[in-house]
Each structure stands twice: as C-alpha cells, then as structure tokens.
Ligand binder design. Structure first.
Ligand code: PEP
Ligand code: MN
Length: 338
C-alpha cells in the first residue's frame, strides 16, 4: 500500500505514519516527490487492516501498489529519481551522466591517463574493474585491492566518482570502502544476497540487467536493493543474449521507454558490453541520449590495442572526447544537461 500524505505535511506526521506502519510489522519507505510525499508500506498484509492509517493526521488516502516491484515502481513516485554520486554530480532528471574508463584497472599510468582524459571531456564518473568476472578462469582476473587503491588515487586527482564491480559478499566491505558507486554485474543480477548486501551499504548501486533477464526480473532485482532502505539504484542495460553473431550482445534500446513507463529509477546504457565493437559505440551512445536514457557506462582506454580486457569494444580517449562533443549537441536538442 501507499500512504499518500496531504500537501504541506510536516515531518512529525510522516514519522507518525512510519511508526504505525512498523507497528503493523511492515517495512516503510518514505518517498519525497516534487508535489507529494508518500510512505510505502511493504510486506505481508494478510490479517492486517492497515486502512486505519487513513485516520492519521495529514493522510490523504491509501492506494494499493499493483505492480510486483513496489518502491521501484512509478506507482509510488511519478517524477524521475536523481541519484547523487557523492562528488556533487548526479545521474537522472535533466542530467545525462557519463561514467567512463577502462574495463579493468591495469596499472597506474593506464588508469590516470584514462581518468584525466574522461574528466576533461566531461564525464562525471570513472569506471574500472578491480575484481573482474571472467568467463575463463585462466584470464586476467583484475588487480583486486591494488586496483581499488589506484581508483581512489584517480578520484583524489580528478574528483570523479568511482564506479567499480563487487562480485561477492566477501568483497562487499572492501569494495564499499573505495567505491562511490557499487557495480553489480550482469552475471550477478539474480544474486539476491549480494543485492541485499549492496543495499545495506547505502551507496549508489549500478545494477546491470542479467543478459537473459526480463524487465520485470530486472526491476524486482532493483527492489531487493531498495528493500534494504537504499533507493539509490541506477539501472544499466548492457545487452542481452540472442542468436546474433555480428555483435557480442544485442543492445535493446527499447528498454529505455519501457523503464520510463514502469519506474522512476534512472537508466543508463553500456554500449561497450552492449555491442562488443568500438566502432559501434558512438552511434549507440547518441541513440541512447536521443531515446531518453539518463547516462552511459562506457569503456575508454588510452591504448585499446593493448588492453588486458575488452580491448575490441574500448574506444580511445580521443574518440571519447569527440563523441562527447557530438553528445552535447544532441543534449541541447532534447533538453538534457551533459
Ligand atoms: C564490465 O562492465 O566490464 C562487465 C564485466 O560488465 P557486465 O557485467 O555487463 O558483463
Ligand atoms: Mn568490460
């Protein structure tokens, strides 16, 4: 259920409703919208007549949430969520936020070159994997904590928010210590314990869609994070598995309007995993912005030909800068800020 509060509601009235929801043994989520504040009450409501909450001061009405995903759903919040990245930058709303950097952190020189270049070109965040989910156990697995330390150094020098993947529960505390945005990879979208643990950190989470997950499963995965009291979820489409061979994955940009219809959460596109080929990346970035996405997660390498992971899909730092110039023109046309 959603408890819709009247306009002009005070904090004490919200606290009172939260208290009542807890007394019913349900979980509360306060959602502050531009014109209304609502309190979602989530949990097993069998045997509970919580419509009595309607009697509390400044409550306007009680509305059932019909979608299986609750707090992620547009039913609880109409206006788009803006997720702060901890460095004064944000993703969502008018802001089109670009997070760019190498697939993997390889060494200090590579990371600093990438970080300074993407910052100069207008990125708000730096991506870089320290723990890499590799299909082949004999391939480079990432630098681990050494990589996290390099990311922290790059953040200190550039002011970029660091987005890096956490693959398992036992890495959560360590990665959360260094990351501004916790990336949950496509292979882990169904790892519900990991989603809940990421939710508990309170940090923004970059949640990638499972490569065979439906939109409904994707939004339910987001709900696992939100259900821990953390509404800072950024959805990321990174392509799905199909029969096609000319791409590494098939990138369904139609998910952008679909997410906008279903959810207030921002959606960013990863055209790097989404296509597997650097030459396709700029076109997909432009299309994503034009179609209403909220940002990009994109692989940029100072020397893609020698990249340790995903070189074929990594664009150069110069290529990134010129693409950002093109994106700025599109942003103007669609009333977004880059
Ligand atoms: C990545 O971003 O480098 C990555 C491994 O992504 P995904 O989980 O989408 O494969
Ligand atoms: Mn990659």
């Amino acid at each position: 259920m959603i408890v819709v509060m009247k306009p002009g509601v005070q904090q004490e009235h919200i606290d009172h409703v939260v208290e009542l929801i807890r007394q019913y043994g349900l979980k509360d989520h306060v959602i502050v919208g531009t014109d209304r504040t609502v309190v979602a009450a989530i949990g097993d409501k069998r045997g509970v007549d919580m419509t009595a909450i309607e009697n509390a001061p400044m409550v306007d009405e009680m509305v059932p949430i019909l979608k299986p995903y609750k707090v992620a759903s547009k039913e609880v919040k109409q206006d788009p969520s803006v997720i702060g990245l901890g460095n004064g930058e944000s993703i969502g709303g008018r802001k089109f936020g670009v997070i760019a950097g190498p697939c993997s952190v390889e060494n200090e020189k590579q990371l600093m070159q990438a970080a300074t270049a993407v910052k100069a070109a207008g990125a708000v965040g730096l991506r870089g994997g320290a723990f890499k989910p590799r299909t082949n156990p004999y391939e480079f697995q990432g630098l681990g904590e050494t990589g996290l330390k390099l990311l922290a150094k790059a953040r200190a020098e550039t002011g970029l928010a660091v987005c890096t993947e956490v693959m398992s529960l036992d890495q959560m505390d360590l990665v959360a210590e260094y990351a501004d945005i916790l990336q949950i990879g496509t292979r882990n979208m169904h790892n519900f314990n990991l989603l809940a643990a990421a939710g508990k950190t309170g940090k923004p989470v970059m949640l990638k869609r499972g490569w065979s997950a439906s939109l409904k499963e994707f939004l339910l995965a987001a709900e696992y994070i939100i259900n821990e009291g953390n509404q800072n979820v950024i959805l990321c489409e990174r392509g799905i598995r199909t029969h096609e061979q000319y791409v590494r994955n098939t990138l369904p940009l139609a998910i952008i309007p679909a997410v906008k219809k279903e959810s207030h959460l921002p959606i960013v596109i990863d055209p790097s995993q989404g296509t597997g080929h650097a030459y396709m990346v700029p076109a997909m970035c432009k299309a994503s912005l034009a179609a209403g996405a909220d940002g990009l997660l994109i692989e940029v390498h100072p020397d893609p030909e020698h990249a340790m992971t995903d070189g074929a899909q990594s664009i150069t730092t110069d290529g990134f800068a010129s693409m950002m110039d093109d994106l700025r023109r599109i942003a103007d046309a669609v009333d977004r800020e880059l």
